[in-house]
Design a protein around this ligand. Structure first.
Ligand SMILES: *Cc1c(COP(=O)(O)O)cnc(C)c1O
Length: 445
């Protein structure tokens, strides 16, 4: 289908990056905003459309990041903008747990339809991914009467105190900010590029670790990203989640798919766990759910979700009327515009354009991905030793040349590519050429 974009879908630089207006804003920002909110590129944005960001100096940048996988359906989607504006003029807040409204119920109905599994489901809506994960922990503990929570090596589950402790990296996510809650355990993941194991072998390693360090009967929930996002687009080997999910069922453990980054059309299916052929008990959704508006959800088996007493979960802004209106418009856009298929088109285009980088560039160890979610793992040539310096150099080159891509990986050595699923082949080609300039000069050194 042809789409109307309010900004031509091309990269165009009219100043150096960052431009003078960005530099002026950066000076004000340093004097007013905590440096704790670090930024990847100090280029200030004014507006955007589709896969193009327009900065405050009029430069047009190709967005390969989507604000970390949020604007999957394209920036400032007209249907989302219209739905949000209409709702904002009609009703902006009542607090669902004081006096409810239909949008919240409609989002919960839709989530029951699109999440994997044919059983009866319930949802709760909250504001952020971390809040969804926290609530999933509470729900699983209440349902099982157990305490231990398992998450995977290289996982990212958020930045609140609880979810930060479920997140793998000590730096910068956690350093100096404890104490952390107890009964949280990190267990080995399947990372085919690094462990060389089959899915079954990696699952046995994970399960053995749980048995010997925690005890299966102590575990309330097993949290896993079907494709790890911040961890470096780590895709567990085929069969891994099948075995993990069986183990969870056998031992009464709630299996939670954290789909906050990989879910909602990003990988060519509604949810990325579908690629692994596994049905989770609970699913957390956030980032891409509302076309850029803040909204998150926990969805899952009715008997687990309903284990919590009324008032046990909630929050003032959760399932806000405007955010839920935006989510409903996002779901509709995904269906009407065939955006699951568009994500698969982007996957094909990326494989065709960048799939041979590991053969062409000695600093590239592996290119991997699904849908519009790719990682390029950078290594010391001839080894699998992580190469964070190379990633810094690549990001520096691409951002100053009008391409916004993301960093990832526990060693800061994975270039993360997560464009909107409406990105054109021409933009993919242009952005890839810019990245190749950096990879070429690194390989020459
Ligand atoms: C981003 C992310 C979170 C946290 O979401 P926030 O909205 O930033 O709190 C949790 N899990 C995964 C997999 C994420 O990518």
């Amino acid at each position: 289908m042809t789409r109307d974009f309010s900004v031509p879908q091309q990269r165009k630089l009219v100043t150096e990056l960052p431009g003078p207006n960005s530099i002026a804003l950066q000076e004000r920002r340093v004097a007013s905003v905590s440096r704790g909110a670090g930024t990847l590129a100090n280029i200030y944005m004014d507006h955007a459309s589709g896969a193009i960001l327009v900065d405050v100096d009029g430069n047009q940048l190709i967005d390969l990041g989507c604000g970390i996988g949020v604007t999957t359906i394209g920036h400032a989607h007209p249907a989302v903008a219209a739905a949000a504006a209409e709702q904002a003029a009609k009703l902006t807040h009542t607090l669902f747990t004081v006096t409810p409204y239909e949008n919240y119920v409609r989002v919960a109905e839709k989530l029951a339809e699109i999440t994997p599994g044919d059983f009866e489901k319930r949802s709760i809506l909250v504001n952020s991914g971390a809040e969804a994960v926290e609530n999933a922990v509470k729900i699983a503990r209440k349902h099982t009467g157990r305490r231990a929570i398992v998450s995977l090596d290289h996982a990212f589950h958020g930045r609140t105190n609880l979810t930060m402790a479920m997140t793998y990296r000590p730096w910068p996510e956690r350093a100096g900010m404890g104490p952390f809650p107890g009964e949280l355990y990190s267990v080995p993941v399947s990372y085919p590029f690094r462990d060389g194991l089959t899915g079954e072998e990696a699952a046995e390693k994970t399960i053995d670790y749980i048995r010997t360090h925690i005890g299966a009967s102590e575990v309330a929930a097993f949290f896993a990203e079907p494709i790890q996002g911040d961890g470096g687009i780590v895709i567990p080997a085929p069969g891994y989640f099948t075995r993990i999910s069986e183990f969870c069922t056998e031992n009464g453990i709630v299996f939670v798919a954290d789909e906050i980054q990989a879910g909602i059309a990003r990988t060519g299916t509604w949810y990325a766990i579908e690629h692994h052929g596994v049905v989770p008990d609970l699913v957390t959704t956030a980032k891409g759910i509302a076309g850029g508006f803040p909204l998150a959800a926990v969805t899952g088996r009715a008997e687990i979700m309903d284990a919590v007493q009324p008032g046990g979960i909630g929050g003032t802004f959760g399932g806000n009327p405007v955010s839920t209106a935006a989510a409903l418009a996002t779901f509709e856009a995904i269906e009407q515009e065939g955006l699951l298929a568009e994500a698969r088109r982007v996957e094909q285009a990326l494989w065709a354009r960048i799939g041979d980088w590991a053969q062409r560039f000695p600093v590239v160890g592996e290119v991997r991905g699904k849908g519009a979610m790719f990682g390029v793992e950078l290594v010391q040539p001839g080894t699998i030793t992580p190469n964070p310096e190379a990633l810094t150099a690549v990001l520096e080159h691409v951002t100053t040349n009008g391409v916004i891509a993301l960093d990832a990986g526990s060693w800061d050595s994975v270039l993360r590519i997560m464009p909107s699923v409406v990105i054109s082949e021409e933009l993919i080609d242009d952005a890839a050429s810019v990245i190749e300039e950096a990879l070429g000069s690194l390989s020459a050194n």
